[in-house]
Write a protein that binds this ligand. Structure first.
Ligand code: ADP
Ligand code: MG
Length: 388
C-alpha cells in the first residue's frame, strides 16, 4: 500500500492509492475529480448504477447504503474511505472501519446524521443553537409550539433541501405538520428572524492540522440554497467568530476530513449553529475558483493525511444553483451563460432533471462579493430564456 509514516506516526496515504467514497452523487463526483487530479484511484459505492460519480470512478459498487457486505468490499479494496452523504448506516461504516480508515469516523457521522443527537451534542458542548424540543407525537409537537411559538419541525433523519420539514404558526397545526414530516421522530425549532445565513468549511487531518475557509454568505429560496458567495461580505468580527466556532468544532469532534457548519446570524448579533455536514457542501462550491484550494481537494488531502491546502481567498466568487426546473423546455442554452465574463459551468451528469433537483451550478467572480453574485445570477438568468 502507498503509505508512509506522517510527522506524528499516522500514515500518509500517498497518490497512487485507492480512495473509496460512500455515495456517488455530485459531491462524490467532484471529490473523485480532485482525487484523480492528485493521482489517486477512485471507487464509489452508490445505489445507482448510473450515479454522477460513475464518470470519474475506476469502479462503482452498486448497493444500498445499509449493505454491510458492500461497504466491507469497498473497504477491503481501498486505502481510505470517505463519504459524500450522511445517510450511511453506521453499521456499514463500523464494518468498513475494520478494514481501512474511515474518515470522518463513526463518531462524527453519529452526531451529524440525526438532528436530535446533533442538537443535543451542540448544546452540551456550548455551541449556541435555536431553542428546540425533540418530539415523537403530534401532541408533543403541539406542546412544543405552545412553548416556542411559530416553529419549524424537521425529521431527525434523512432531511435535505428543506425536505422533511414543515412550518407551524400555532399548536392547532400540529396534526397537519406531523403528518407532513411522515409522523417521524423530529426536532422542533423556533422559527427565527434570520438576518443572514453563513457557512464555514473546516478541515482537520488525522495529524491534527486544522484550516478553515472564510465564511460564505448564503441565500436560500424555498429552503433550498439559491446562491452563495465566498468570502461573504460580512463584518470582520462576525467572520472571525464563525471561523473560531468551526475550528473549535473540528477539535471537539477530533474530525478527520472536512465539516461544513451552517450558521444563522440574528439581528441582535447572535450567531447560532444551524446544522453540520461532515463532507463537502453546496455552499463550499465557490471555493473552487475563489480559494487556492477547493473544498474537494481539501477533503482528499485531509483524509489522506497530506498537508492541508491554503484556504486563502484570492477573489470573491459566487455560485448560483441550477435546479431541474431550468430543464423544463429541454437543455438550457449553456453557451449564453458562458458568454458572461468570469463564469464557469459545473454540471453534475444526472440522469434526468426534476423540479427542485440540483443539476449543476454556475460560478462567477467579481471585483466585490456583490458583483460576483450579480454575475452568477445574470448568467443563470440567461439559461431561463430557453424556449422563448
Ligand atoms: P436542510 O437539511 O434541508 O438544509 P435546514 O435546517 O438547513 O435543513 O433548513 C433549510 C433552510 O430553512 C435554512 O437554511 C433556513 O433558510 C431555513 N430555516 C431552517 N430552520 C429555520 C429556523 N429555525 N428559522 C428560520 N429559518 C429556518
Ligand atoms: Mg441546511
Amino acid at each position: 500500500m502507498s503509505t508512509q509514516g506522517g510527522s506524528n506516526g499516522i500514515g500518509v496515504i500517498r497518490p497512487g492509492a485507492t480512495l473509496g467514497i460512500l455515495g456517488g452523487g455530485q459531491l462524490g463526483r467532484m471529490m473523485g475529480l480532485a482525487a484523480r487530479s492528485l493521482g489517486y484511484r477512485v471507487q464509489v459505492l452508490d445505489p445507482s448504477d448510473n450515479c454522477p460519480a460513475k464518470a470519474v470512478a475506476d469502479r462503482v459498487i452498486v448497493a444500498p447504503f445499509d449493505d454491510v457486505e458492500a461497504a466491507v468490499e469497498l473497504a477491503k479494496t481501498s486505502s481510505v474511505i470517505t463519504l459524500e452523504i450522511e445517510n450511511i448506516a453506521s453499521r456499514s461504516l463500523e464494518a468498513a472501519a475494520q478494514y481501512c480508515p474511515t474518515r470522518p469516523g463513526v463518531n462524527v457521522l453519529a452526531v451529524s446524521q440525526d438532528r436530535r443527537v446533533e442538537k443535543n451534542w451542540l448544546s452540551s458542548q456550548g455551541f449556541p443553537v435555536a431553542p428546540y424540543r425533540v418530539i415523537t407525537t403530534a401532541a408533543e409537537l403541539a406542546e412544543a409550539v405552545r412553548e416556542l411559538g411559530p416553529s419549524v419541525v424537521k425529521t431527525a433523519r434523512e432531511g435535505y433541501d428543506g425536505k422533511g420539514q414543515a412550518r407551524l404558526e400555532s399548536p392547532d397545526e400540529a396534526e397537519r405538520a406531523f403528518a407532513e414530516v411522515g409522523a417521524a421522530p423530529s426536532v422542533v425549532e423556533a422559527w427565527l428572524p434570520l438576518e443572514k445565513e453563513l457557512s464555514v468549511i473546516v478541515a482537520r487531518s488525522p495529524s491534527g492540522e486544522v484550516r478553515a475557509y472564510p465564511p460564505a454568505l448564503n441565500h436560500h429560496t424555498k429552503q433550498i440554497l439559491d446562491w452563495s458567495v465566498l468570502p461573504g461580505p460580512l463584518p470582520a468580527e462576525l467572520a472571525s467568530r464563525a471561523g473560531e466556532v468551526a475550528r473549535g468544532m473540528a477539535e471537539a469532534l477530533q474530525l478527520e476530513g472536512i465539516l461544513a457548519i451552517e450558521f444563522f446570524a440574528l439581528a441582535d448579533g447572535r450567531l447560532l449553529v444551524n446544522e453540520l455536514a461532515p463532507r463537502p457542501h453546496n455552499s463550499g462550491h465557490p471555493a473552487t475558483e475563489a480559494c487556492l484550494t477547493s473544498q474537494f481537494e481539501q477533503v482528499i488531502r485531509a483524509v489522506c493525511n497530506l498537508p492541508l491546502g491554503s484556504t486563502e481567498a484570492v477573489r470573491p466568487v459566487a455560485i448560483s444553483n441550477l435546479l431541474g426546473d431550468l430543464w423544463e423546455n429541454g437543455e438550457p442554452p449553456f453557451e449564453a451563460a458562458l458568454a458572461v465574463d468570469g463564469v464557469h459551468l459545473h454540471l453534475y451528469g444526472k440522469e434526468s432533471a426534476r423540479p427542485g433537483r440540483k443539476m449543476g451550478h454556475i460560478s462567477a467572480s467579481g471585483r466585490t462579493a456583490e458583483d460576483a453574485v450579480q454575475h452568477a445570477l445574470e448568467a443563470r438568468r440567461r439559461l431561463m430564456q430557453n424556449g422563448d
